[in-house]
Design a protein around this ligand. Structure first.
Ligand code: SAH
Ligand code: SF4
Ligand code: F3S
Length: 466
């Protein structure tokens, strides 16, 4: 599974052995990790109805696109993909085999009616809040209907989504995502998420712990807690107090087998003292934090409705580094937000220089229909956006490279994940998410072992076992 901190990744679920099922489902995932998690859960729900995953569209009785609406390009991709799938559907029909096409995810939620209009081959449109109704929708579509499910459901989808069968998860690897929080109430003026994912909801402690225990029992060693604002998570602890993410992380670290914890994506305003203390006191919590700042100019941050200043962010980073000096930060940036001047953009470069990021995702502002940003005056020219993005990325790439170079000679732990490409090679995951390539097998898959970094590769590190 690729680790796109937030966007742009496309992943296809791979088939698992040992399942004598007759129907096949092809799932393609766009967008953030929450979509990756959701795709898995939809596949689980469909498995209960006899659908096995396939990586070949032409073999699929059911095709599901789990879509992303965050930028225009992400949304438009879906329509071109649907054009391609429609041809395969027609070809299958010629052989007397039907194909049901479903569009899930954030484009489904935002543009459900439009999808049905623009893409007549689509049978199902289903939004993120109603995935537990997917098996039903598929049955209706197979009976010849077209189904739109985009109302926010009253029942808790997590309660109603079937869990994978024991053992079924094993082949999915030693790392896993677990959604603990969904939706967003922050309404940054550029962002569609509050509209596509609805308002902030936290899953209850017991539900999260039970799912984490199931994952651990199936071989998962590293858990990444997910939420659009994951550090806004809160719930009633078994001790009768209200827990925040910090307390939850301590509880999850007690689960036998769970050796590493991460969480993403966090908002600077929700980094509370207990969470910062967890970075100091909880060894399982990896020293890596995705903490988007978006821009470095106070005027732009204000226009974006981020509700913090650039210096608030700098002070927050100081507090986090005081608790965990070796923490590595990753970020998201937007260039060319409406009204952004050259001087504003220089402030973005300045905060990047001040803070130093080991990983970053940077984007040109994309006006999204229905968001306040799209209605603002003084949109920045595309050419200017391009130029700013290039300058920002050049700086970020330099920082990334410096960080990797600085690791050479250092000792660290890696989680052994899978065999590598070269003969005898193994791949492990570093605390900073970068894959680590080892020339010999240093232990079993799922072991966390000590290594020394010997050199850097393109987007990877090489190491020797100690
Ligand atoms: N909840 C996270 C972000 C989720 S969206 C946070 O508050 O930081 C993921 C990233 O996509 C954002 O951090 C932002 O950098 C980018 N993004 C969101 N809307 C965008 C838009 N309209 N144009 C360009 N990039 C955008
Ligand atoms: Fe979007 Fe802002 Fe919510 Fe992040 S905090 S999901 S950027 S509205
Ligand atoms: Fe995209 Fe929806 Fe995630 S818009 S980034 S798939 S929450």
């Amino acid at each position: 599974m690729t680790e796109t901190a937030l966007l742009g990744g496309e992943t296809a679920l791979t088939p698992q052995d040992g399942q004598a099922q007759t129907k096949k489902v092809f799932v393609k995932t766009y967008g953030c990790q929450m979509n990756v998690y959701d795709s898995q859960r939809m596949a689980d729900a469909l498995a209960a109805d006899g659908y096995a995953p396939t990586a070949e569209i032409a073999d699929a009785d059911l095709v599901l696109l789990n879509t992303c609406h965050i930028r225009e390009k992400a949304a438009e991709k879906v329509y071109s993909e649907l054009g391609r799938i429609r041809a395969i559907k027609a070809e299958r029909a010629g052989r007397g085999r039907e194909m049901v096409i479903g569009v899930a995810g954030c484009v489904a939620q935002a543009e459900g009616e439009e999808i049905m209009r623009r893409a007549p081959a689509v049978d199902i449109v289903i939004g993120p809040q109603t995935y537990h109704r997917l098996p039903d929708a598929v049955r209706k579509a197979r009976a010849g209907g077209r189904v739109i499910e985009t109302d926010y459901a009253l029942e808790d989808k997590f309660e109603h989504l079937p869990q994978p069968k024991p053992g079924a998860v094993r082949s999915r690897g030693v790392t896993a995502f677990l959604t603990v929080q969904e939706g967003c109430d922050k309404f940054c003026t550029f962002c569609v998420v509050p509209y596509t994912r609805g308002s902030e909801v936290s899953r209850p402690v017991a539900q999260i712990v039970a799912e984490a225990e199931r994952l651990a029992a199936s071989g998962v060693r590293e858990l990444t807690l997910l939420g659009q604002n994951v550090n806004a998570w809160h719930g009633d602890g078994p001790d009768g107090r209200t827990w925040g993410l910090g307390e939850l992380l301590f509880r999850l670290a007690e689960i036998p087998g769970i050796g590493r914890l991460r969480y993403t994506t966090s908002h600077p305003r929700d980094m509370n003292d207990a969470l910062i203390a967890a970075h100091r006191d909880l060894p399982a919590l990896m020293p890596y934090l995705h903490l988007p700042v978006q821009a470095g100019s106070d005027a732009i941050l204000k226009a974006m409705n981020r509700r913090h200043s650039a210096d608030d962010y700098r002070r927050l980073v100081d507090r986090i580094r005081a608790a965990r000096p070796d923490i590595a930060l990753s970020g998201d940036f937007i260039v060319g937000f409406p009204g952004e001047t050259d001087a504003d953009f220089e402030e973005t470069l300045r905060i990047v220089r001040d803070v130093t990021f080991v990983q970053a995702y940077s984007f040109k502002y994309s006006p999204r229909p229905g968001t306040p940003g799209a209605e603002m005056a003084f949109h920045v020219e595309e050419g200017v956006k391009d130029e700013r993005l290039q300058r920002l990325q050049a700086l970020l790439v330099r920082q990334q490279r410096n960080f990797a170079d600085g690791l050479v000679g250092r000792r660290t732990d890696v989680l052994i994940e899978k065999p590598g490409r070269g003969p005898g090679q193994w791949v492990g995951r570093s605390p900073w998410l970068m894959p680590v390539i080892l020339d010999e097998k240093p232990g079993e898959i799922g072991d966390i072992v000590d290594v020394r970094i010997t050199r850097t590769g393109t987007n990877s590190l090489h190491a020797e076992a100690l």
